[in-house]
Each structure stands twice: as C-alpha cells, then as structure tokens.
Design a binder for this molecule. Sequence first.
Ligand code: BES
Ligand code: ZN
Length: 955
Amino acid sequence: MFQAIRTLLEVEKRLSLHPRTRLCPLFASTTQQKRYFTSYKRPFLHSASQPAPAHTCCFPINSASSKFVTIASVNMSSAVEAKKTSKLEFQRLPLNAVPVHYDITIKPNFDNFTFEGVENIDLKINETSPNIVMNAVELNILKAVWKDSGTGKEQVAQTISVDETTEIFTAAFQPPLQSGTGTILLEFTGSMNDKMKGFYRSKFKGSDGQDKYNGVTQFEATDARRAFPCFDEPSHKATFNISLVVEKNKTALSNMPVKEIQAYPEDDKLHVVKYERSPIMSTYLVAYCIGDFEYVETTSSDGVLCRVYTPPGKKNQGKFALSVTAKVLPYYKEYFGIAYPLPKLDLIAIADFSAGAMENWGLITYRETCLLVDEEETSATSRQWIALVVGHEIAHQWFGNYVTMEWWTHLWLNEGYASFVEFLCVDFLFPEYDIWTQFVTDTFVRALELDSLKNSHPIEVPVGHPREVDEIFDDISYSKGASIIRMLHRYIGDADFRKGMNIYLTRHQYKNTFTEDLWRSLEEASGKPIGQVMGTWTKQMGFPLIRVQSEQNGDTRVMRLTQEKYWADPNLKNSKEHNDYSWMVPVAFCSASDPNTPICQTLMEEKMVTVELPGIRSDEWVKLNPGAVGFYRVRYPPELLVEFLPAIKNKILPPLDRIGLLDDLFAMVQSGESSTVDVLRTLDAFKNEDNFTVWSSISNVMSKLNLLFAYTDYHDQFKKFGIHLFSGIADSVGWEPKEGESHLDTMLRSLVLLRLTSFGHEKTIQESKRRLNLHRNGDQTIPADLRPVVYRGVISEGDEETLEMMLKMYRESDMLEEQDRIGRSLGLAKNLNVLKKVLEFAISEDVRSQDTVFIMISVGMNKVGRPLAWNFFKENKKFLGERYPSGGLIARLVKHLCENFVTEEDARSVTEFFAENPFAGTERTVQQVVESIRLNEQWLKRDERLVGEFLTNAI
Ligand code: BES
Ligand code: ZN
C-alpha cells in the first residue's frame, strides 16, 4: 500500500497537479490517471474536454505527505477552474535519479563562439534503472560515465541520446544502475549563441573600435539545459561548484565568490577560476559572465559585499544602483526577518539582454537601461524604473531563490510577489516618488485590462512544454499577481503579512512550494481564511464587476452590492459560463465626510450583499473601493456617479480614488455599459488636476481613444479636444525645469508635453524643433526627461533628412538609454518613406536584436505606420522567427503591432497569418490581440456617431 501511495504522490507531483486535484486510487493505472489529468485544456486551443473531477478523491496518506492533505475549499464552480490539454507533448523528468550536487567546468572559446564543458553530477538513485534522464538541448554530449559511490565501479553509458524536441537527454547503462548514490561524468561542447539564451555572446565596441564579445548566461525559464546537461526543473535543487577556464585579463563572475584561481597548464594565457559551493538552488538561477567589465563596490550595513559591474569606462553609472542595493538588502532583511544568505551580491549590465533583468542568485544580470544611471543622460522616469527593477530582482533573492515555486504553474509566486515588493522597497527608499499611486495607473490597470479578455488565463495555469512556460511571463503573472497580493496585504494588515511571510520563508527555505503553502503561512499569521479567499483570485481568470445601489434609511446608508464577471466583450454576459464565476471580495467604503479613512472593511462572500453604513448623512457620497485596492471594477448608477464630480474638481477625493473612478468608468465604456461621450464629459471635472499620476491616468485614457478615433473622420477634432484638455496643465508646467522641482513635477512635464505632441500640437512641435537645433549646435543641452518629447515632435513632421540626422544621433550614442529613446521615437513619423526606412533600420546591423522590437512597435503604434509594420513583419517572418525563437520579445512585438487594428478583416488576416506561420510562445497573445481587434471594431461601431456629435458641439 505504501508503495502505491508513493507512486500516486509522485505521479501527482510529476504532473504538477494542484494539491486540490488529487489522484484517485480507483484509476486502473497511473497511465490512465496521467491521461486524464493532463487533459486540462487551454480554451483557445481545443474544444471542450473532460472537466476536472468535481469531487476530491481521498486515500490514506502518511504524515510526511501531510502538506497535500489540507484542501482549500474554493467557493466557485469547477467549470471555470483552469483546465487544458497540453497541445505540446510534455512530461516532467522521472524521479529515479535526482541531482544532489553539480561540479561544472566551462571553457569558452571567443574565437569561434563555442565552449567545452566537463561536469560531474552527484546523483541519488531512487530505483534501480538503466536510464539517467535529464535535459539538454543544442549540446553535443561526448561522453557519459557512471561511477557508483558504493562499489567505486565505473560504467560507460551504452548509448547517449538527445531528443531535440523534448529537450531530453538519456544515458542508458547496462547493467542497470543500482539504487544508492554515485556520480555521472559528462563531457560536452556547445555554442555561445546570439539568441540571448543559455550561454550566449553579447557584443560591445572595444576601445579600438572593434566589435568584442562577452560571454553571459540567461537560464530562466528552461535554458540552463543549453549550457550544460542538467535536471532543468525548479524543484530539482542541488548545490553547484562552478569553474571557468578563462583568459587571465578577463573578468569572470558566477553566483558565488571566487574560492581559488588555479593555473591552466595547457595554455598559460588562461587560468581556472573556481567559485565557492553555492547553496542548494534551482538550475535556472545559475549564472556566469566572462568579459570586460569594471565595477563600483560597497558593503551593506548587514555585511554583504555589493558590486555593480558595468562596461569599461562606465562604472560611475553603476553608483545609483549600488546605493539602492546597499539600502535594500538591510530593508528586506528586516522586512522578511531573514538575512540575505550569500556573502556577495553582484549586479551586472549586459549589452544584449532579452528581458529587463534576471535574478540569478548572487549575480543579477540587467539590460543596461535597467541598471545604469548617468547624472546627465538619465531621465527621472528611467531612474525610477531602475530603482523598481533593482528592488524587484533583489526581492527574488528571497522570493524565488531561497524559496522557489515547485513548478512553473506557480510562477506568479515569484513574479507577482516580487512585483509587489519592488513597490514596498521603492516607497521606503524614495517616498517622494509616491510610487504606490503609480502602481495603480501602471500595474493594477494593466492587469485589469488583460484580464477582462476571454482569452486571459488564471494566475495558476497548468503549463508543460518550455514554450508554454515562456508565455506565462505576462501581465497576469506579474501585474495581476502583484495586485492581488496588494489586496491581500491590505486585507490582513502589514503586521500579519510580515509575520506570514516570515513563516513561509523560514518553513520552506531551500525548498519548493505550491501557492497553497503561501496561503497556509498567511492564514496561520492572520487567522483569516486566506486559502479560501485567495483561491477565487488565482484559480479562475478574470475579476468581478460590482454594481452598487444605495438608499438612505435615517442616518444609515444601505449599500446593495452585486458581483458578476466583468467582460470587455458585452456579448459574453450572455455566455453559459458567465454565472459560474464568483469571488470572495474584500470590500471597503469611504464617504464625503472623511474620504481618506476607509470604513466598514468586510468580505463579500456571496454574489449579492447588503451593507449598512451608520452615521452617513443623506447628502454624502459613498465610494466603494477606496484607494483602488480591491481587484475589481465598480459600476454606479448615473445619479450616484455625478455626485462625485465636485469632489474630483476640488480634489477632496484622494488621487487614487479620482483615478479609480475615471478608470472604472472607462472600463464601462469599453464594455459598452457607458458611452465614450460620458468619459469625455467626465474629463471636464479634471481641469484643475495637478497630480502626476492622475494625469497619467487621463493620458492613458486619451491615448487609447486617440488610437481608436484615428479611424474616424473627425480625428482632427478629437485631437483638438485633447489639446484643449491638456493646455491648462501644459501652461503651468512649461518647458523649463524649475529650480528644485519634485521628481513628479519633472515627470508631469514630459507626460503632458508628450501627449500634446501625440495630438499634433503645433506649438509644442515647433518648440521641439527649436530645442533640437540648440542641442545639436551645442548651445543648450536638452534635459533627458524632455528628449522623448523633442525627438517625437521633430520626427512627427520630419522628412528623410530628419531621419538621417536622428539615425546619426542613434549611431553616435554609446548610452543605450539614449538609443532607446531615439529608437522608440522614430515610428512617430507620418511620412511613408521615412517609416519604411525606420523599419529597415530596426532590423539592420546598427540595432541590437533586443531593441529591434521596440522600434518596430513605435511604427505599429502609428495609424499610418500600422499596415506598413504589419506587412514588414509578415515579409520578414523567417528572419524574425529565427532571431526570436521564443519568448517575451516576439510576443510583445505581435501584441503591439496588431492589437490596435479595428476591422474584422484585420482580425482575420492576423488569425490566418499565425495559423499558417506559428511563432513559438505567441499562441495566447495572438488570441488576445484578435479579441482586442474585434472589441475595437464593436466599440467604434457603438460610439462613433455619438462621439462625432459631441466633438462637433464641444469644440
Ligand atoms: N525572472 C525575471 C526575468 C525573466 C523574464 C526570465 C522572462 C525569463 C523570462 C525577472 O525577475 C523579471 O521579472 N524581470 C522583469 C523586470 C521586472 C522589474 C518586472 C523583466 O525582465 O521584464
Ligand atoms: Zn521577476
């Protein structure tokens, strides 16, 4: 029996099943179970398959496995829980042999971009078996020898094979290996690719003007297997000893400090750098970097040696991130109640880098624009972004590295959590950024937007094949994850939240977790039903729309709330599944007499609740969701909504509530419950607005409408409306930075002027031209914050000569932030020949592949450029497919190139193109953009005439 249970538990673990979904001993065989449970489906790929069982199977469990026994009872229909059939064949690694320790030596060759590797992996053999199965891809494995620790006997593998599709490497031994321990020796070679994954090469200009290369790594999610054969799943934690055979004059770094440097007898230009043994950790966190770097360093008050590595000559640009790092480490130590466990922490800027940054334990890698700050060249926006990214990756050192998700289904535990904590950290270091308010216009709203689509997905999503894993590094895992943690944080309060975090991190240190483990710790700390509440937010996609009705009863306000699923597409309200969704929603209110103090915080457990608020005068407004903390939308009847307008005008309502009202109303417009005219009218109440973040929210609304109404005959009138709306605040911020102005005022200036440029405001564009001339002549440098305004203004009316001038500036700049600023401006040109040249430039030798997509996107964001960019994408499909074999960048490109089309014809063209030319890792994105295109079409059809009439009368 024990054996049977163990097998069940293992199958369950292998399949990454949620603990709620137990395997039933009634199944005839594990194969049958496997087939049943792997048939969860992703809705857009397949027709309905068998639903997950509504019941929970029970069987006796020994106490060691008790963590699987507690079952969160989630109050929602099983019909809406994540199910999918993995389209791509996938199986997790068998558990017969598991790694304990890796000893890896890598010798790169920068002449032909190859590397040689020798690896000894200490394994525990759980069951006698002929095969050792692990991951490898694009590696040439030359030799595999097994040495049994018990007998000391060596055995050469009879066969070794790598299946490049499943990325599985199998070494077969005869006679079979006996259970016990031993070491497998592997020798292999590979290539340092230019695809920004695995162990790859990153280009830079040497001081002699020649192209030079650094060798760096990016392993998350599943690319350690490109650098060395390994058990490349997050739950296969082991310790690592890394050694690098490198030229003596190169900097060589890895996760741990250098232990010793040995001579390399075969070549005296080389030496062997050996690093200390790492703590037990997942493969995706291993890293090494070899090349030309310099650094600045300091020791944090909690005794960690911190360094920021930069390209030669730029070490001063590392000082900002260094000071953030040195302050964040003790802050997190205090917050989590656990010290950073490694002796050193390096942050390093990498010129070619696909993501923004990567949290490798002890050696965090960054895109240059996410790490380097130049006092003159870096904008306030970038500086703030860098603080957030540094805070994010350092948060992962605890959340992700110290405690790691068991499988990628729980990726959000890493990314959602770090995306929340980065704000805690920046708020602590830079209170003047008012960063929590910005959280709402950025993170929170972005999550709501994506999650309103029928092609969204639950936070906890079953994934298997690496391509599916790549796809969930999206706004659901990051932004919705962070938003629901913020909601939870408010629900249980900071003290219990910290206590729970400490329990979680301590209990699971150096181990792996499921989402439930986090809930359990927070439940223990707070005594609240966290698993039950939070399950409704992580296991089903979407969020509620809460409709409010109210009536006065003496001095009591009676609020009636009803919840239903919010859909961007109004037709889905009639769908079969609509009523299957329900959430347990922490709700709160505030009222006119004290807008800053939430009242009556309670849990909405049913679809309909009535809340009585005593002591509210009949003339007071009452607002739901103060501070936009709850992850839901609110719909007030028109007569209640107008009551808020005076409080918006005189700013009695706090900024987050002004934003919340505007954005909720805008969501009602998107879903057809209100008209665009309502939102345009409401904007009038924001005339006296002076808060950066509120303006940023207005700007988001206007920018979306500008994209949409570009397809109407009255686009010019719309732009005039926009200019009128922004002119007051533009006059007050002016062009000249004021002595000693705040960070947010600096950001407000560029926000407002940028928006005016997008509306074609002639005065702003003329001023941009004037300032660029002065800048180019060396008479007056444009402050970094205003450069996007100037570049966009100039190119928007520019010709090919203007473009040449800007390309020259691009090529001459050695600061990637500046290149990025120029690159992202180029697509604003209106001249078709200029736009064609911009697209050609984007894929030229002058542009790094990490930056190509952003230049192409800038063209796609422009109505004139959109068809050009889309055709260009199609014409260059082979090139782009090879350049971005999977992952984030290509998905972003697809999203931003396509989602702003507005006709059924475009929707079909996009669908058909990707059906015939699939791009790995973009499947869900394609479904989402097609849905968005159709929503745009409906929206325009609904509101086009009314908005035309409104604008004619308004201007
Ligand atoms: N773990 C990710 C890096 C990553 C992203 C690896 C996608 C593999 C695929 C890292 O912690 C991260 O989240 N980076 C962000 C920046 C962050 C501040 C939001 C990124 O790269 O966009
Ligand atoms: Zn992250």
